[in-house]
Design a protein around this ligand. Structure first.
Ligand SMILES: NC(=O)c1ccc[n+]([C@@H]2O[C@H](COP(=O)([O-])OP(=O)(O)OC[C@H]3O[C@@H](n4cnc5c(N)ncnc54)[C@H](OP(=O)(O)O)[C@@H]3O)[C@@H](O)[C@H]2O)c1
Length: 258
């Protein structure tokens, strides 16, 4: 396995933190998302850390075009063996206020796009003798929270894909890991940054989880003691946790977009 990595959603937030984290560790990076200026800036920051970094533009809501971009990536950078599938969106609307169009877009970007990339890359990784596929899902995939159900469903689909696929691909030396961030301080959550009692992780902590998954071959990585404790408690006592989450949502829900 080499030190060449594709990172989606690398223009800002968690993806940018992952790019900088692995640039410091000497990885050669291919960064993908839609925003040229931001990607260029992240690539420059990675280069200033002493590694090679390239960027490509792709809109993951168009799966046909995504396949074309993937063909280009595979031709131009044939030896990538590490995929970090991080790009994602959250509509942050109650189910009732959300539209079917929004939900379809969320499903395409959060689930169908990473699934497509994985499917296209499996033959390459097998030929290379192995690799790492790390998906950024969400804590919401395993512990419910009202007000973002379609997002949680798209992330649960990704989580479920990863945990099953891990078993299928292990014989080929391909590791599939899934990171489940809780609330993380990025543009995605900016409307909630001032909400009292909501603990926010720094994006760099999620980048460390990606490295942990790769190095320790962990199937599922949850950042931080708090979210790990919450996941454990939910498994044992789902009803009280549902009750607490519903109370917490009363603080957060009025801030949801209409
Ligand atoms: N922040 C949190 O609390 C949190 C919690 C759990 C999970 N996550 C997950 O972590 C990942 C990163 O989120 P973040 O917090 O860093 O959010 P963010 O700051 O909004 O960044 C999202 C990234 O995804 C890319 N992206 C969005 N739509 C895209 C599209 N149509 N095509 C291609 N790329 C697209 C964006 O790039 P462009 O705009 O340049 O395309 C950006 O680089 C997401 O999968 C998110 O669901 C976040």
């Amino acid at each position: 396995m080499n030190k060449k990595m594709l990172i989606t959603g690398a223009s800002r937030g968690i993806g940018k933190a992952i790019a900088l984290h692995f640039a410091k560790r000497g990885y050669e990076l291919v960064l993908v998302s839609r925003s040229e200026e931001e990607l260029k800036s992240v690539a420059l920051q990675c280069k200033s850390l002493g590694t090679k970094a390239y960027y490509l533009l792709a809109d993951f809501s168009d799966i046909t075009k995504l396949k074309e971009v993937l063909e280009d990536i595979q031709k131009t950078f044939p030896s990538i063996t590490n995929l970090v599938l991080n790009a994602g969106i959250s509509t942050s609307l109650t189910f009732e206020d959300n539209t079917l169009e929004n939900i379809q877009r969320e499903l395409d970007i959060n689930y169908i796009a990473p699934l497509t990339i994985i499917k296209e890359y499996i033959p390459t990784l097998k030929k290379a003798g192995g690799g790492n596929i790390i998906c950024i899902s969400s804590f919401g995939a395993i512990v419910p929270f009202p007000g973002n159900s379609s997002y949680a469903a798209s992330k649960a689909a990704l989580y479920s894909l990863c945990t099953s696929l891990k078993m299928e691909l292990e014989p080929y030396n391909i590791h599939v890991g899934c990171v489940l961030p809780g609330s993380t301080k990025t543009e995605m959550t900016k409307e909630f940054h001032e909400t009292p009692f909501v603990p926010f992780d720094d994006p760099s902590e999620i980048a460390q989880c990606v490295e942990d998954s790769i190095n320790k071959k962990e199937a599922v990585v949850i950042p931080g003691i708090l979210y790990n404790a919450a996941a454990f408690t939910y498994k044992l006592f789902p009803k009280p946790v549902d009750f607490l989450m519903t109370l917490a949502a009363k603080v957060v829900l009025p801030k949801l977009k209409k």
